[in-house]
Ligand binder design. Structure first.
Ligand SMILES: NCC(=O)CCC(=O)O
Ligand SMILES: [Mg+2]
Length: 325
Protein backbone atom coordinates (compact mmCIF):
# COMPACT_ATOMS: atom_id res chain seq x y z
CA UNK A 1 0.00 0.00 0.00
CA UNK A 2 1.32 3.44 -1.02
CA UNK A 3 0.17 6.80 0.38
CA UNK A 4 1.63 10.17 -0.61
CA UNK A 5 0.07 12.09 2.29
CA UNK A 6 0.30 10.72 5.80
CA UNK A 7 -1.33 13.33 8.07
CA UNK A 8 -0.56 11.29 11.17
CA UNK A 9 3.20 11.88 10.84
CA UNK A 10 2.96 15.31 12.47
CA UNK A 11 0.84 13.91 15.32
CA UNK A 12 3.35 11.24 16.31
CA UNK A 13 4.92 12.77 19.45
CA UNK A 14 4.16 15.62 21.87
CA UNK A 15 7.11 17.56 20.43
CA UNK A 16 5.87 17.25 16.87
CA UNK A 17 2.37 18.23 17.90
CA UNK A 18 3.68 21.29 19.75
CA UNK A 19 5.87 22.21 16.78
CA UNK A 20 2.93 22.42 14.40
CA UNK A 21 0.23 23.72 16.79
CA UNK A 22 -1.65 26.53 15.06
CA UNK A 23 -3.01 28.11 18.23
CA UNK A 24 -1.31 28.77 21.55
CA UNK A 25 -2.56 30.30 24.79
CA UNK A 26 -0.42 32.64 26.89
CA UNK A 27 -1.10 34.74 30.01
CA UNK A 28 -1.17 37.78 27.67
CA UNK A 29 -4.43 36.52 26.20
CA UNK A 30 -6.49 36.87 29.34
CA UNK A 31 -8.64 39.57 30.88
CA UNK A 32 -9.69 38.71 34.44
CA UNK A 33 -13.15 39.86 35.54
CA UNK A 34 -13.21 40.90 39.21
CA UNK A 35 -16.28 41.36 41.42
CA UNK A 36 -15.78 44.03 44.07
CA UNK A 37 -17.96 44.71 47.10
CA UNK A 38 -17.92 47.21 49.98
CA UNK A 39 -16.37 46.25 53.33
CA UNK A 40 -13.02 44.92 54.46
CA UNK A 41 -11.48 41.48 54.65
CA UNK A 42 -14.41 40.03 52.72
CA UNK A 43 -14.06 37.15 50.30
CA UNK A 44 -17.38 35.51 49.43
CA UNK A 45 -17.67 32.56 47.08
CA UNK A 46 -20.43 33.00 44.50
CA UNK A 47 -22.80 30.04 44.97
CA UNK A 48 -23.40 29.49 41.24
CA UNK A 49 -19.70 30.06 40.41
CA UNK A 50 -17.68 27.58 42.51
CA UNK A 51 -14.19 28.84 43.40
CA UNK A 52 -14.94 32.36 42.15
CA UNK A 53 -15.24 35.19 44.63
CA UNK A 54 -16.67 38.60 45.30
CA UNK A 55 -14.15 40.52 47.39
CA UNK A 56 -13.84 43.75 49.31
CA UNK A 57 -11.36 46.21 47.83
CA UNK A 58 -8.44 45.34 50.16
CA UNK A 59 -8.73 41.65 49.20
CA UNK A 60 -9.16 42.58 45.54
CA UNK A 61 -5.87 44.46 45.57
CA UNK A 62 -4.12 41.34 46.98
CA UNK A 63 -5.72 39.30 44.20
CA UNK A 64 -4.54 41.74 41.53
CA UNK A 65 -1.00 41.45 42.90
CA UNK A 66 -1.26 37.66 42.69
CA UNK A 67 -2.53 37.87 39.09
CA UNK A 68 0.30 40.22 38.12
CA UNK A 69 2.85 37.83 39.65
CA UNK A 70 1.72 35.02 37.33
CA UNK A 71 1.93 37.21 34.22
CA UNK A 72 -1.66 38.37 33.80
CA UNK A 73 -1.79 41.91 32.47
CA UNK A 74 -5.40 43.02 32.55
CA UNK A 75 -8.40 43.01 34.85
CA UNK A 76 -11.99 44.04 34.20
CA UNK A 77 -13.73 45.58 37.19
CA UNK A 78 -17.36 45.09 38.20
CA UNK A 79 -18.75 46.46 41.45
CA UNK A 80 -21.72 45.50 43.57
CA UNK A 81 -23.65 48.65 44.42
CA UNK A 82 -25.55 48.71 47.71
CA UNK A 83 -29.34 48.90 47.32
CA UNK A 84 -29.62 52.28 49.04
CA UNK A 85 -27.41 53.85 46.36
CA UNK A 86 -29.35 52.50 43.40
CA UNK A 87 -31.72 54.70 41.39
CA UNK A 88 -33.09 54.96 37.86
CA UNK A 89 -30.43 57.36 36.58
CA UNK A 90 -27.34 55.51 37.82
CA UNK A 91 -26.36 58.55 39.89
CA UNK A 92 -23.92 56.53 42.00
CA UNK A 93 -22.00 55.55 38.87
CA UNK A 94 -20.74 59.14 38.64
CA UNK A 95 -19.67 59.43 42.29
CA UNK A 96 -15.94 60.30 42.25
CA UNK A 97 -15.63 58.39 45.52
CA UNK A 98 -17.85 55.50 44.48
CA UNK A 99 -16.66 51.93 44.87
CA UNK A 100 -15.59 51.71 41.21
CA UNK A 101 -13.58 54.92 41.32
CA UNK A 102 -11.90 53.95 44.62
CA UNK A 103 -11.11 50.52 43.20
CA UNK A 104 -9.48 51.93 40.07
CA UNK A 105 -7.28 54.24 42.16
CA UNK A 106 -6.28 51.54 44.66
CA UNK A 107 -5.42 48.96 41.99
CA UNK A 108 -3.43 51.38 39.83
CA UNK A 109 -1.54 52.55 42.94
CA UNK A 110 -0.68 48.98 44.00
CA UNK A 111 0.09 47.50 40.56
CA UNK A 112 0.67 50.36 38.09
CA UNK A 113 1.45 48.01 35.21
CA UNK A 114 -1.86 46.17 35.42
CA UNK A 115 -4.25 47.32 32.70
CA UNK A 116 -7.43 48.34 34.47
CA UNK A 117 -10.59 47.97 32.41
CA UNK A 118 -13.91 49.09 33.84
CA UNK A 119 -17.46 47.97 33.19
CA UNK A 120 -19.58 50.83 31.88
CA UNK A 121 -23.32 50.15 32.11
CA UNK A 122 -26.14 51.13 34.41
CA UNK A 123 -27.33 47.70 35.55
CA UNK A 124 -25.35 47.42 38.81
CA UNK A 125 -26.54 50.92 39.78
CA UNK A 126 -30.12 50.67 38.52
CA UNK A 127 -33.11 49.99 40.77
CA UNK A 128 -34.53 48.21 37.73
CA UNK A 129 -31.39 46.15 37.01
CA UNK A 130 -31.39 47.41 33.43
CA UNK A 131 -28.44 48.75 31.45
CA UNK A 132 -30.19 52.05 30.82
CA UNK A 133 -32.60 54.62 32.15
CA UNK A 134 -36.21 53.42 32.30
CA UNK A 135 -39.10 55.62 31.17
CA UNK A 136 -42.64 54.24 30.90
CA UNK A 137 -41.33 50.68 31.05
CA UNK A 138 -38.83 51.25 28.23
CA UNK A 139 -35.05 51.54 28.25
CA UNK A 140 -34.38 54.93 26.66
CA UNK A 141 -31.32 55.18 24.45
CA UNK A 142 -30.07 58.76 24.19
CA UNK A 143 -30.40 59.88 27.84
CA UNK A 144 -28.58 56.66 28.78
CA UNK A 145 -25.75 57.38 26.37
CA UNK A 146 -25.18 60.71 28.12
CA UNK A 147 -24.81 58.97 31.50
CA UNK A 148 -22.50 56.32 29.97
CA UNK A 149 -20.23 59.03 28.55
CA UNK A 150 -20.02 60.77 31.94
CA UNK A 151 -19.46 57.43 33.67
CA UNK A 152 -16.57 56.69 31.31
CA UNK A 153 -15.09 60.11 32.00
CA UNK A 154 -15.37 59.47 35.74
CA UNK A 155 -13.51 56.15 35.34
CA UNK A 156 -10.83 57.85 33.22
CA UNK A 157 -10.40 60.55 35.86
CA UNK A 158 -9.90 57.83 38.47
CA UNK A 159 -7.16 56.30 36.31
CA UNK A 160 -8.83 53.59 34.22
CA UNK A 161 -6.74 52.52 31.23
CA UNK A 162 -9.68 51.21 29.21
CA UNK A 163 -13.40 51.75 29.65
CA UNK A 164 -15.61 48.86 28.59
CA UNK A 165 -19.20 49.79 27.77
CA UNK A 166 -21.30 46.61 28.01
CA UNK A 167 -24.73 48.19 27.57
CA UNK A 168 -25.51 47.92 23.82
CA UNK A 169 -27.08 51.38 23.52
CA UNK A 170 -26.75 52.87 20.02
CA UNK A 171 -24.12 55.57 19.54
CA UNK A 172 -22.43 55.28 22.92
CA UNK A 173 -18.94 54.59 21.59
CA UNK A 174 -18.90 57.86 19.63
CA UNK A 175 -20.32 59.76 22.59
CA UNK A 176 -17.76 58.28 25.00
CA UNK A 177 -14.86 59.07 22.66
CA UNK A 178 -16.08 62.65 22.21
CA UNK A 179 -16.40 63.17 25.97
CA UNK A 180 -12.94 61.68 26.63
CA UNK A 181 -11.40 63.88 23.91
CA UNK A 182 -13.12 67.05 25.13
CA UNK A 183 -11.74 66.44 28.59
CA UNK A 184 -8.17 65.71 27.54
CA UNK A 185 -8.28 61.95 28.05
CA UNK A 186 -6.55 61.10 24.81
CA UNK A 187 -4.91 57.95 26.18
CA UNK A 188 -7.97 56.19 27.55
CA UNK A 189 -8.97 53.19 25.46
CA UNK A 190 -12.46 51.92 24.66
CA UNK A 191 -13.25 48.21 24.62
CA UNK A 192 -16.69 48.04 23.03
CA UNK A 193 -19.03 45.17 23.74
CA UNK A 194 -20.11 45.33 20.10
CA UNK A 195 -21.91 42.02 19.63
CA UNK A 196 -23.43 41.25 23.01
CA UNK A 197 -26.25 38.76 22.78
CA UNK A 198 -29.27 38.46 25.06
CA UNK A 199 -28.10 35.20 26.60
CA UNK A 200 -29.18 32.83 29.36
CA UNK A 201 -25.49 32.19 30.02
CA UNK A 202 -25.22 35.40 32.10
CA UNK A 203 -27.31 33.88 34.91
CA UNK A 204 -24.55 33.22 37.50
CA UNK A 205 -23.06 36.71 36.94
CA UNK A 206 -26.35 38.28 37.98
CA UNK A 207 -26.16 36.26 41.21
CA UNK A 208 -22.67 37.61 41.79
CA UNK A 209 -23.70 41.25 41.54
CA UNK A 210 -27.40 41.00 42.37
CA UNK A 211 -28.08 42.72 39.04
CA UNK A 212 -30.85 40.67 37.44
CA UNK A 213 -33.38 42.81 35.57
CA UNK A 214 -36.32 43.66 37.83
CA UNK A 215 -38.81 43.45 34.96
CA UNK A 216 -38.77 41.99 31.46
CA UNK A 217 -35.53 41.03 29.77
CA UNK A 218 -32.71 42.72 27.84
CA UNK A 219 -33.88 41.81 24.36
CA UNK A 220 -34.64 45.38 23.28
CA UNK A 221 -30.95 46.27 23.49
CA UNK A 222 -28.87 43.08 23.51
CA UNK A 223 -28.78 41.07 20.29
CA UNK A 224 -30.99 38.19 19.21
CA UNK A 225 -28.96 34.97 19.11
CA UNK A 226 -30.56 34.13 15.77
CA UNK A 227 -28.54 36.88 14.10
CA UNK A 228 -25.12 36.86 12.48
CA UNK A 229 -24.97 39.71 9.95
CA UNK A 230 -26.21 42.12 12.59
CA UNK A 231 -23.09 41.36 14.67
CA UNK A 232 -20.91 42.61 11.82
CA UNK A 233 -23.04 45.72 11.41
CA UNK A 234 -22.80 46.48 15.16
CA UNK A 235 -19.05 45.88 15.24
CA UNK A 236 -18.25 47.98 12.17
CA UNK A 237 -20.25 50.86 13.65
CA UNK A 238 -18.32 50.69 16.92
CA UNK A 239 -14.98 50.68 15.09
CA UNK A 240 -16.19 53.65 13.04
CA UNK A 241 -17.11 55.46 16.28
CA UNK A 242 -13.66 54.94 17.76
CA UNK A 243 -13.56 51.57 19.54
CA UNK A 244 -9.99 50.37 20.18
CA UNK A 245 -10.99 46.76 20.91
CA UNK A 246 -14.28 45.06 20.10
CA UNK A 247 -15.97 42.24 21.96
CA UNK A 248 -18.20 39.28 21.18
CA UNK A 249 -20.17 37.91 24.12
CA UNK A 250 -20.77 35.08 25.10
CA UNK A 251 -17.98 33.04 23.52
CA UNK A 252 -18.52 29.31 23.06
CA UNK A 253 -22.01 29.40 21.61
CA UNK A 254 -20.82 32.22 19.33
CA UNK A 255 -17.56 30.95 17.83
CA UNK A 256 -18.92 31.58 14.33
CA UNK A 257 -19.52 35.22 15.23
CA UNK A 258 -16.01 35.58 16.68
CA UNK A 259 -14.56 34.29 13.41
CA UNK A 260 -16.65 36.57 11.24
CA UNK A 261 -15.91 39.61 13.35
CA UNK A 262 -12.18 38.74 13.31
CA UNK A 263 -12.29 38.65 9.50
CA UNK A 264 -14.28 41.90 9.23
CA UNK A 265 -12.19 44.31 11.33
CA UNK A 266 -8.53 45.16 11.90
CA UNK A 267 -8.78 46.07 15.62
CA UNK A 268 -8.14 43.43 18.31
CA UNK A 269 -11.13 41.19 18.99
CA UNK A 270 -11.97 40.06 22.48
CA UNK A 271 -14.41 37.34 23.48
CA UNK A 272 -16.11 37.02 26.86
CA UNK A 273 -16.27 33.45 28.14
CA UNK A 274 -19.16 34.22 30.46
CA UNK A 275 -20.29 33.05 33.87
CA UNK A 276 -22.67 30.35 32.62
CA UNK A 277 -19.94 28.93 30.42
CA UNK A 278 -17.70 28.79 33.49
CA UNK A 279 -20.36 27.21 35.70
CA UNK A 280 -21.29 24.52 33.17
CA UNK A 281 -17.73 23.19 33.20
CA UNK A 282 -17.54 23.45 37.00
CA UNK A 283 -20.82 21.58 37.42
CA UNK A 284 -19.92 18.78 35.00
CA UNK A 285 -16.51 18.41 36.65
CA UNK A 286 -18.12 18.16 40.09
CA UNK A 287 -20.36 15.41 38.82
CA UNK A 288 -17.28 13.60 37.56
CA UNK A 289 -18.54 13.87 33.99
CA UNK A 290 -15.75 16.05 32.55
CA UNK A 291 -12.06 16.48 33.27
CA UNK A 292 -12.05 20.11 34.40
CA UNK A 293 -8.46 20.95 33.48
CA UNK A 294 -8.80 19.56 29.98
CA UNK A 295 -12.18 21.22 29.47
CA UNK A 296 -10.71 24.60 30.46
CA UNK A 297 -7.81 24.45 28.01
CA UNK A 298 -9.87 23.03 25.15
CA UNK A 299 -12.56 25.69 25.63
CA UNK A 300 -10.14 28.62 25.77
CA UNK A 301 -8.11 27.30 22.83
CA UNK A 302 -11.28 26.98 20.73
CA UNK A 303 -12.17 30.61 21.45
CA UNK A 304 -8.72 31.76 20.38
CA UNK A 305 -8.76 29.48 17.32
CA UNK A 306 -12.10 31.03 16.33
CA UNK A 307 -10.28 34.36 16.14
CA UNK A 308 -10.28 36.00 19.55
CA UNK A 309 -7.09 37.92 20.33
CA UNK A 310 -8.18 38.34 23.95
CA UNK A 311 -10.42 36.31 26.23
CA UNK A 312 -12.19 37.61 29.30
CA UNK A 313 -12.54 34.50 31.43
CA UNK A 314 -13.06 33.38 35.01
CA UNK A 315 -10.64 30.54 34.23
CA UNK A 316 -7.64 32.82 33.55
CA UNK A 317 -5.78 31.92 36.74
CA UNK A 318 -6.46 28.18 36.34
CA UNK A 319 -5.38 28.35 32.71
CA UNK A 320 -2.07 30.04 33.51
CA UNK A 321 -1.34 27.38 36.13
CA UNK A 322 -2.17 24.61 33.66
CA UNK A 323 -0.05 26.21 30.92
CA UNK A 324 2.92 26.39 33.29
CA UNK A 325 2.47 22.82 34.54
N1 LIG B 1 -21.85 42.81 31.57
C1 LIG B 1 -21.59 41.54 32.16
C2 LIG B 1 -22.62 40.51 31.85
O1 LIG B 1 -23.63 40.85 31.26
C3 LIG B 1 -22.47 39.05 32.20
C4 LIG B 1 -21.12 38.47 32.21
C5 LIG B 1 -21.10 37.01 32.61
O2 LIG B 1 -22.12 36.33 32.64
O3 LIG B 1 -20.01 36.51 32.90
MG1 LIG C 1 -24.08 48.91 18.94
Amino acid sequence: MFQIKRNRILRTTPSLRALVAETTLTPNDFIVPLFIDEGEGQEVEIPSMPNYYRRSLDKTVREVEALWSIGIKSVLLFIKCTDDRKDNLGTEALNPNGLMQRSIRAIKAAVPGMIVMTDVALDPYSTYGHDGIVENGEIVNDPTVEVLANMSLSHAQAGADIVAPSDMMDGRIGAIRKTLEENGFTKTGILAYSAKYASCFYGPFRDALDSAPGFGDKKTYQMDYANRREAIKETLMDVEEGADIVMVKPAMAYLDIIREVRDAVTVPVSAYHVSGEYSMIKAAARMGWLNEDKAILESLCSIKRAGADLIATYFAKDAVKLLNA
